[in-house]
Design a protein around this ligand. Sequence first.
Ligand code: HEC
Ligand code: HEC
Length: 342
Amino acid sequence: MSSSLKALSVALALVTGLASVQAFEGIGRSATQPEIKAWDIDVRPDFKGLPPGRGTVAQGQELWEAKCAGCHGVFGESNEVFSPLIGGTTKEDIKNGRVASLRDNSFPGRTTMMKVSQLSSLWDYINRAMPWTAPKSLKPDEVYAVTAYMLSLADVLPADGELSDKNIAEVQQRLPNRNGKSTRHALWPGAEFAAGAKPDVQGSACVKNCAPEAKVASYLPDFARDAHGNLAQQQRLVGPQRGIDTQAKAPPAQAAAAKPVSALLQQHACMACHQIDSKVVGPSFREVVAKYKDRSDAREYYAAKLKSGSAGTWGAVPMPPQALPEADLAAIAAWLAAGARP
Ligand code: HEC
Ligand code: HEC
């Protein structure tokens, strides 16, 4: 599960720890039982803390479409606000309890369902943190229902299935990556790890005679430089899965043809410096096309200018070279040459 989950459970451990500490003389007051109870919502791997309740896949689907699909996609596949929740698991994984695609470096991403090894984590996280815009607004039955729906999308539960406090331990035994969590290290030391476990990263802070400048000790090897396509051409809003080589799958010409120029101007951040009708950092597109309207080679001119950048024509501020896919560049240049009409 993502680091946010880890951070949350650490934070929670701290909070519950503090609540049981005796009040300091003259500072604050002890937390009341109801206050502690309100904080104490964690569900543990052995399902301690799980409130009773139940929800069906069908109920979950309805809730999902109303409260989750907008951000995570109808099938949990969206890569827009967060990496996909669902995908990358197979019936074989459900049998083995290990997700094979996690070991396949060519697999494009890591979904939540691929990684999660403990159903309690999924239930707990949704219960405390989702929907993003209204955390803790779901009733326990609703958390069971959306979790059931997510599990059905991954074939862990059948379409007419349900999840409840009664069957959750059983369903855990079908979680695709249930055996995927390793404890043979100091982060979550398991029984097989020797006593006296220390974190596996051991650094020491430099406090004297520190080198004044950082020294780069290793570089990305040449063969890996372009492994994910040209990073400069990729602009994604959020999410950890940057760098997918989309050019390899769909020729850029097709991708560009599907998009209106207004979307390309947004995507390539032109509108951060330009507007159609007014000067911002750079000249308005209206002024630009008026200046070059009589050029017969306007299209080539614009394409070249975008590639090389521009300085000294419109004022003191230069435009840096614009790195964008050929097809997008051609579409924008053609649009400018045709008069930058909306
Ligand atoms: C407004 C957008 C939004 C909505 C609506 C939303 N989520 Fe999320 N969800 C997010 C974001 C953003 C994250 C990542 C949060 C982070 O890591 O800090 C996330 C993370 C998650 C995760 C954790 C995945 C992981 O691997 O860590 C789960 C599970 C999840 N959402 C389920 C749901 C469910 C179920 C609903 C509906 C009840 C829902 N979300 C509604 C935006 C949303
Ligand atoms: C960081 C701000 C910035 C960004 C981003 C930017 N521009 Fe510019 N642009 C400028 C400035 C400043 C000028 C004026 C440069 C000069 O004096 O020649 C300019 C000039 C231009 C010109 C006129 C060139 C000429 O020969 O007169 C065009 C056409 C243009 N930009 C298009 C674009 C397009 C299309 C994009 C997006 C792919 C873009 N710009 C992105 C700041 C920017």
